[in-house]
Ligand binder design. Sequence first.
Ligand code: SF4
Length: 702
Amino acid sequence: MTTTLHHRACHLCEAICGLTLEVEQDADGEHHIRSIKGDRDDPFSRGHICPKAVALQDIQSDPDRLRQPMRRLGDRWEAIGWDEAFALAAERLAAVQAQHGQNAVAVYQGNPSVHNYGLMTHSNYFLGLLKTRNRYSATSVDQLPHHLTSHLMYGHGFLIPVPDIDHTDFMLILGGNPLASNGSIMTVPDVEKRLKAIQARGGRLVVIDPRRSETAAIADQHLFIRPGQDAALLLGMLSTLFTEGLNRATHLPIAGLDEVKQAVLPFSAERMASRCGVPALAIRQLARDFAAADRAVCYGRMGVSTQAFGTLCQWLVQLINLVTGNLDRPGGVLCTEPAVDLVSTMSGGHFDRWQSRVSGLPEYGGELPVSALAEEMLTPGDGQVRALITVAGNPALSTPNGRQLEEGLEGLDFMLSVDLYINETTRYADLILPSTGPLEHDHYDTTFNLFAVRNVTRFNEAVLPKPQGALHDWEIFIGLAEAFAARSGVALKPTQPPQQMIDMGLRTGRYGDGSPLKLSLQALREHPHGLDLGPLGANLAARLKTADGRVQAAPALLLGDLQRFAAQPSGDPEQLLLIGRRHVRSNNSWMHNYHRLVKGKPRHQLLMNPHDMQSRGLSDGQRVSIRSRVGAVEVEVLASDEVMPGVVSLPHGWGHGRPGVHMGIASATPGASANDLTDERLLDRLSGNAVLNGVPVQVVAA
Ligand code: SF4
């Protein structure tokens, strides 16, 4: 029996906490995880973890996890070898494209793709060969407005300023709940301690949310807002900043600030109050407080992106930081300077170069909005999607109108999934290719170092040996690429393992061969707890990728969207609106089959304000039917004054009761899928991002 200690970043969420794992090897050579703890020597996460990290051992030992390629024969699955699997995938995909064209094969990549560096480095090695315009991902049910705003204002979709949470005096959060999410587009382990530190140094935390979230509960001020109307509050604030002369100079080169001023002045706090449900005085005072703080951050996250004016909201968030002098300023919002820098090495993105076939929705960065995927599968005609590849995704639960998407999946000629599970989506696949488990491969975070609140870097070796016969994600994509290239006669460029790519990225980066630090993979191996490369600093002027080298404060597309906002009628105040919710023990649409995470109080219920329940004759705990334009679900309702009157809240990622799903769900109830209610026709029309908050619903006794 031998025991070894391993250090490794948790890849489950954006916080990328450092972990210390104790692993025992028994006399038979079997490995057993004995403990998973926060790594106190990790300079970034300082020993912090959340309950999900401990569940990494459940992924490792999960009997539901697939460990070899599986082919579906009717409602039966059979294990097959890798070569046979690659040949089958290549044959079927090439046949679909030969008969129906390249766009007849669609691709959907789920959220875990960006948490796994082998997927980041190699998925496109295969998927790029398909040359399909039907590419989709979880981006368009989440943060697409962030990327589009940065693309338009700063010239690069990844040049997203991050809150300097450790040095700010005032943090205004809209549509974000970092105490549950652990931070997002703000990689910030131990966020609760860092938020409380703002208050401890005399600063303020203000949260705007239709629900008194976990973060709102520790805030100095919480304001309820009508779902989907954050743009009204932000416009009222911005207008106040200009009319009351609260704007401050900035060192950045700016184009279009006068146009912004003229455009937003009519949206006074008084005019905006009735739209967002926040009194005009409160909007004005918020603007004054924000401007009065020495160092302030306005941060809008998923709740404000997944609404009808998501991109407008993200633009207004940037503008509030800009006009108060907090953009590119310590204590305000700053861009990172990562060791492997996607901003330097990747294109800045493109927008609307082509549109979806049926609804004409715009592409961004080569991807179409995922709300269009079902209609692209279901609408006959030239270019109809006939085959689908999903990678680490579960769009049946995680994209709008999931039931409609399932109809599309049922009718496909072929479906390939690269996934660890037979889940609500992959149960429709003809072939599933599972990779090694997360602890069985090495790890470098290519994405979230880019959004971290300090400049950090870390490489970790695999904790456990690779099982015999298993393949890493990147090896699966090479296998698929080689088989597809052989079958279709396309040329394949040579590639190299992810480790070598990261080594190259480190050496050629700003801390690499040309710098005193001389970072390389070998250097990182010598620092398994990770390296702190210092606090964020002002750098935006030098990093801008716009054509004229200036911040574009008034992109025509966004100014134009103001007119769309102005023309939109105020919503019916009597209409009940659905919003989402997440919990720190839940990881989107997976990990609900781990007892360790779902034990205790059920967390899948609908939250409803007691006044709304009373007016409908509903009682606490009763089963209710929630209906929207696209469908209905049944679930228990909980009376809660956490949600404002007129709002109900259902967490996403549940709804595991579908037949054929090979996951023993550990919770007492599989819950209901919020995306059986969300509507694929409700979109941020500018970006095509889905509306997941502010969905009109009715709630009646079941
Ligand atoms: S907050 Fe939890 S899930 Fe996220 S990285 Fe840290 S330990 Fe992992």
